[in-house]
Design a protein around this ligand. Structure first.
Ligand code: F6P
Length: 513
């Protein structure tokens, strides 16, 4: 049933009205069990969701909404390999990429075959990663890709820097803006560089333009052995071969771009950290898959987070969520999650193409703490809008510097506390309203396993809100129009033909020629 037609939706609407007077300070004062009730252990991750604007009654109604919208059946369809990406008639099986070699006995043979292929490719890709790792001649690895073919590996290589082999530098080129590639190429030598052309489709304008320029640069530098210095990570093996790349690691159309870090797209991570760590990363993701599939809904962390997201978006009308990782190696995590959530759930029609009359994906944004505290936290504390904040803290640091970690963690805790408690007796400019919501996610250590679990948690949480809303979280038609128009404008920018353009575009075209 469509979510806004369910009895639970109506109940949640009246709960939201009653929630106008809800105050976190009172909620904690009245209920000694609140912190425990709204906390959740999951593989690799602990989450305290108690400083949020909800109570047990709301959570129960949200769980009813989950039932009434058939989210669990949809989850099961994903894990059965059904074509739940209905607009592209594709299965959604990124989870299979992190599944151990033995499939379940009840699986159809097509899924067993897919799993076999996954492991064959994984083994080949990891062998290649080890080969490059042990080749001391290669000092620089350049990943050329954009969107899911960039944000995932870039975020993860940085996150796992403590596990990375020294002596190799990793560069990520995504933008068609030549300044980016040019700046990197200036510091490279052809004989010591390995280029990875990462593109699910192998047609993306930015990636193809950058790959071609990289190849031209390589040849101009005297590089002759393209096959030894270029590898492709793609579902389009044919196009990679046409481009002249022989070393190719494939994946499948049932892996969405923003879900592809677990596939050959993860090669930079495997090269940086080695096969054992890459396998641990996959194991963390798999452990979260099992939790999502088997934990009862009230104790299921992706479900609880996904439902909280729906409550905030549709009932309390919070239109954005801020993410603050208190670990500098998680610097790119907000950018990665932006694509994951906003490209998945930024839609206004349901799976059947019918217009939806309620909000879907919130705006997701953020920066690492403590940096954000000295920039936009002002608005979180005293601004006119309520923006739920999600902290991600890592208990143990790996650097040897004294004092820093305790200062970092106390800042995270203090910010969550300040948001909630506020300061209502200071008057005027010094007044903090308090009662501002936040979630607090804790990892014991930033290990490959825990990172895998954290990412899979976010994938499933996005799945849950998308499934409640009844949208297809696995297509991205909204990126197509701009691509088509850019082709036309490109020709016009070269020819100067502004005929038929609106006055603003025509004027800007003229100015930019
Ligand atoms: O244009 C959006 C998009 O298709 C993303 O979904 C994808 O991650 C990105 O472009 C890159 O696509 P590809 O890996 O096919 O180059």
């Amino acid at each position: 049933m469509r979510c806004d037609q369910t009895p639970a939706w109506a109940q949640l609407l009246s709960s939201a009205e009653a929630f106008a007077g809800f105050d976190l300070r009172q909620a904690f004062a009245q209920d000694a069990g609140r912190a425990a009730y709204f906390s959740q252990e999951a593989p690799g991750v602990f989450a305290d969701l108690s400083k949020n604007h909800w109570d047990a009654n709301v959570q129960t109604q949200l769980l009813d909404l989950l039932d009434q919208t058939g989210v669990l059946a949809q989850r099961d369809r994903m894990f059965q390999g059904q074509a739940i990406n209905n607009t592209e008639d594709r299965a959604v099986m990124h989870w299979l990429l992190r599944h151990p070699e033995d499939g379940a006995t009840f699986w159809p043979s097509s899924m067993r075959t897919a799993l076999k292929d996954v492991h064959l490719t994984l083994n080949a890709m990891l062998a290649f990663a080890e080969q490059v790792r042990s080749n001391s001649q290669i000092t620089d690895v350049v990943n050329i890709g954009i969107g899911g073919s960039d944000l995932g590996p870039q975020m993860a290589v940085l996150a796992m820097q403590a596990y990375a082999q020294t002596g190799k530098r990793f560069h990520f080129i995504s933008n068609v803006d030549g300044h980016e590639l040019d700046a990197v190429l200036r510091g490279l030598k052809a004989h010591s560089t390995m280029f990875l052309v990462a593109s699910k489709t192998f047609t993306t304008l930015e990636t193809m333009t950058n790959a071609l320029s990289a190849k031209r640069w390589f040849e101009a530098q005297g590089g002759t052995d393209v096959s030894a210095h270029f590898a492709a990570l793609t579902t389009n093996v044919e196009a990679a071969a046409k481009f002249g790349i022989e070393t190719c690691f494939g994946f499948w159309d049932w892996v969405g771009g923003r879900y592809s870090l677990w596939s050959a797209i993860g090669l930079p991570l495997a090269m940086a950290t080695g096969s054992e760590n890459f396998r641990a990363f996959l194991a963390g993701g798999h452990a979260m898959d099992q939790h999502f599939q088997s934990a009862d809904a009230p104790q299921n962390l992706p479900i609880r987070l996904g439902l909280l997201d729906v409550w905030y978006r549709n009932f309390l009308n919070y239109t954005s969520r801020c993410l603050a990782p208190y670990h500098s190696a998680l610097k790119r995590f907000p950018a990665y999650l932006q694509q994951l959530e906003m490209e998945s759930n930024g839609k206004q029609v349901d799976r059947a193409g019918q217009r939806l009359h309620f909000g879907t994906a919130p705006v997701l944004w953020g920066e690492p703490g403590t940096n954000g505290q000295h920039a936009f936290f002002q608005m979180l504390h005293q601004g006119s809008d309520v923006v739920p904040l999600e902290f991600v803290a890592v208990k143990n640091a790996v650097h040897p510097l004294p004092d820093h970690q305790a200062l970092l963690l106390s800042n995270a805790l203090a910010q969550a506390q300040a948001l909630m408690l506020g300061q209502t007796d200071a008057g005027g400019h010094k007044n903090f309203p308090g009662n501002r919501p936040s979630s607090f996610i804790v990892l014991e250590d930033l290990t490959p396993f825990n990172l895998g679990a954290l990412i899979a948690l976010q994938e499933h949480r996005v799945f849950v809100s998308g499934a409640v809303w009844g949208i297809n979280s696995f297509d991205q038609w909204g990126v197509e129009l701009g691509k088509v128009l850019a082709k036309d404008i490109h020709a016009r920018l070269i020819s100067g033909n502004a005929q038929g353009l609106d006055a603003s575009t025509a004027q800007l075209l003229k100015r930019l020629r």
